[in-house]
Design a protein around this ligand. Structure first.
Ligand code: GDP
Length: 447
């Protein structure tokens, strides 16, 4: 379960929100001894609509901190608890308005929790009136904390909990859905086992042994990863019926929902054939990229190409695969290719590294300010052959991550041509290290 911590200065209603989130469920209270003081942190499982998460109430951390800075005495400990959390609910009091202490908490969070998402929650908002403007005023103040869109609610009455749900849902979806795919017998199950270092999946020589998709969940570098091994569906045709057909449909669905698709190839087969990718593999790779999935190519069974007699084959495999990937998917440069031996457990760490890197790039968000500074440079760097045809890009913004999607707002009569879009995409990828993942640029015309 993802972990959410409720923070804020005293009396903003942290415990009230905690209680509402866990409702009648048991809260676990544990003592955490620090240098001189013992603090209680309550922990419980929150259920909010279809969301379940672990919630921590940091109220106990502030008990003795009434004088001076809220967090000074317990800062080390709070940092500890923060380290376990994916998200901070930063509570403020909508009736009292923003206080200096709130600003302190904000600064402290910015300094100590830079990688942790923060959602500002305006509590005690049940009486804030949308008509008199008091709600708008609170929201405006909350914005000024610099953590983005706030949510207004009342922990006391339950008002606004559905909005909290809406806001939390996308923020808590930080798991990685990784799909292993490839033809039967390329070694997907063996690789899956190597990654997990546990014999949880059946491995055997017969093709199609792992017929149905297998899904395992594990923690990797503090992130939840769902790894789906799609059975070798690539060579089955659409003529299949019944359960086989269902399993194909399911596999395809899994593939298109994946955050990162890991396409596994067999090095020995590549060594024997003249082409690295069989038709079905090309189809999958292309489809993954077209659907906006991250793609990592894993060439397995490299151990079979060891030894002096295989030196030439070994080298040609190492060179040919990245080249061929580039040829069949020209729109995405730098798709990572990793060479492994699942049987010997070699290269599995490098493979996971690439997969996680790809996932992180795929989730990246660039600020509009940064993008527009970049845009000005890029446009001045580029010379349009036909000056009259040069489009006027007013501004450029990222509208979505997963995969990164941008909109260029264009004014005047000229539109961005395909060439312009390719140029912008290429520059964007180079300048912001977004190589290897699909990046989309759309254009909107301003009147
Ligand atoms: P899947 O159908 O893609 O899941 O393939 P499996 O994982 O069941 O593996 C098929 C066969 O290839 C098994 O006999 C494995 O032992 C073998 N295999 C898998 N990975 C490697 C590897 O890295 N090197 C070698 N030599 N054999 C492997």
């Amino acid at each position: 379960l993802p972990t959410v911590i409720i923070m804020g200065r005293p009396n903003v209603g942290k415990s009230a929100l905690f209680n509402r989130l866990i409702r009648r469920r048991e809260a676990l209270v544990y003592n955490t001894p620090t240098d001189h003081v013992t603090r209680d942190i309550r922990e419980g499982v929150a259920k909010l609509g279809d969301l379940r998460f672990r919630v921590l109430d940091s109220a106990g951390l502030e008990a003795e901190a009434s004088s001076g800075s809220v967090l000074s005495r317990t800062a080390g400990m709070t940092r500890n608890v923060l380290g376990r959390s994916q998200l901070v609910l930063f509570l403020i009091d909508g009736r009292e308005g923003l206080q200096d202490m709130d600003l302190d908490v904000g600064r402290w969070l910015r300094k100590n929790a830079p990688g942790i998402k923060t959602l500002v929650v305006i509590n005690k908002a049940e009486k804030l009136d949308a008509f008199s403007g008091s709600l708008a005023a609170s929201v405006g103040e909350a914005y000024s904390l610099g953590f983005g869109d706030p949510v207004a609610l009342s922990a006391e009455t339950g008002f606004g909990m559905s909005e909290l749900h809406e806001a939390l849902k996308p923020l808590l979806e930080d798991y990685m859905l990784q799909v292993l795919t490839g033809r039967p017998n390329v070694g997907k199950s063996t690789l899956l086992n190597a990654i997990l270092q546990e014999d949880r999946v059946l491995v055997g020589p017969e093709a199609g042994l792992t017929r149905d998709s297998i899904r395992v969940k594990f923690e990797y570098e503090g992130r939840t990863v769902y790894l789906v091994d799609t059975a070798g569906w690539l060579e089955r045709t659409n003529q299949e019926k019944g359960p086989a057909k269902l399993s194909i449909v399911q596999s395809r669905k899994n593939l298109m929902r994946a955050h990162v698709v890991a396409l596994v190839l067999d090095a020995e087969e590549i060594g024997k054939a003249r082409r690295s990718l069989k038709h079905a593999e090309v189809v999958i790779a292309r489809q993954a990229v077209e659907e906006g999935r991250g793609l990592v190519v894993i060439v397995n069974k490299m151990d079979l190409l060891r030894g002096r007699e295989n030196k030439k084959t070994y080298e040609s495999v190492i060179n040919a695969v990245p080249e061929e990937i580039q040829t069949v998917i020209p729109q995405v440069t730098g798709i990572p290719v990793v060479f492994v031996s699942a049987l010997e457990g070699k290269g599995r760490i490098a493979a996971m590294r690439q997969i996680v890197d790809t996932y992180e790039k795929w989730c990246s968000r660039l600020s509009t300010a940064r993008l527009n500074r970049w845009l000005r440079k890029v446009v001045s760097r580029h010379s349009w052959k036909d000056q009259a045809a040069q489009p006027k890009i007013k501004y450029f913004t990222q509208v979505k991550a997963r995969p990164p999607t941008f909109v260029a707002f264009v004014s005047g009569k000229n539109r961005l041509s395909d060439t312009d879009i390719r140029f912008l995409t290429k520059s964007l990828k180079e300048d912001f290290d977004l190589g290897g993942i699909p990046v989309r640029i759309l254009q909107r015309c301003l009147l």
